[in-house]
Design a binder for this molecule. Structure first.
Ligand SMILES: [Fe+2]
Length: 205
């Protein structure tokens, strides 16, 4: 358990192989990180979910581009825990902030976006520092560019120029991601309707 916080701090994520550990308790990880579990979702690939705001509906079985979960919220979740089934054919892809900031340069600092929450708009930055804590947020569909840096990031993140970290669910049992320092996405689903992903979102207490 000790290595979770240390590896999260260094890389922004930590994964456990099926051989290493398949019995880590979600509740215990949450406690260890000083977080409450605020949401649980069972995700299964399919052509349409019927939910208009769902990324599954926008992208179907194609790749999900890089994003953070809850990017449209005033305060997005701090961490995500994912557990995929062994037969899930779509890898989870990770883009850590250190590489993103290096690739995006000053655009990462200057980008400003608008978020529409039921007709009321509020402004957010791609990268920010709140109470001394660095944070990133991004979603192609819910964040509309307000300046040139934001437009550059919006198009750059359609096809990032560096390779993501690839989490393959045949060998990975559990993944913990810092939702404020790592963007995540999904590879193309080769066989729709096989496999699933369990996802928990966590917030600092
Ligand atoms: Fe996501």
């Amino acid at each position: 358990m000790e290595q979770i916080a240390e590896r999260l701090g260094r890389n922004g994520y930590v994964s456990f192989s099926r051989v290493e550990n398949d019995t880590l308790s979600i509740r215990k990880i949450g406690e260890h990180l000083g977080c409450n579990i605020t949401r649980y979702s069972f995700l299964k690939p399919r052509s349409s979910t019927g939910r208009p705001n769902s990324l599954s509906d926008v992208y179907g079985v194609a790749e999900f581009p890089p994003h953070s979960d809850g990017a449209h919220l005033v305060s997005p979740p701090d961490y995500l825990i994912m557990k995929g089934s062994r037969n899930r054919k779509a890898p989870t892809l990770l883009w850590p902030s250190s590489k993103l900031i290096e690739a995006l340069g000053s655009d990462a600092i200057n980008a400003q976006f608008a978020i529409n929450r039921g007709g009321r708009f509020f402004g957010v930055r791609f990268s920010s520092r709140t109470a001394g804590r660095f944070g990133l947020r991004f979603n192609h569909d819910t964040m509309k560019p307000k300046n040139q840096s934001a437009t550059n990031i919006h198009s750059w993140l359609r096809e990032p120029e560096f390779e993501p970290e690839v989490i393959d669910w045949a060998s990975t049992a559990l993944l913990v991601v810092n939702n404020r320092t790592v963007l995540h996405g999904r590879g193309r689903i080769e066989e729709p309707d096989t496999g699933f992903l369990r996802r928990w979102t966590l917030r600092k207490q």
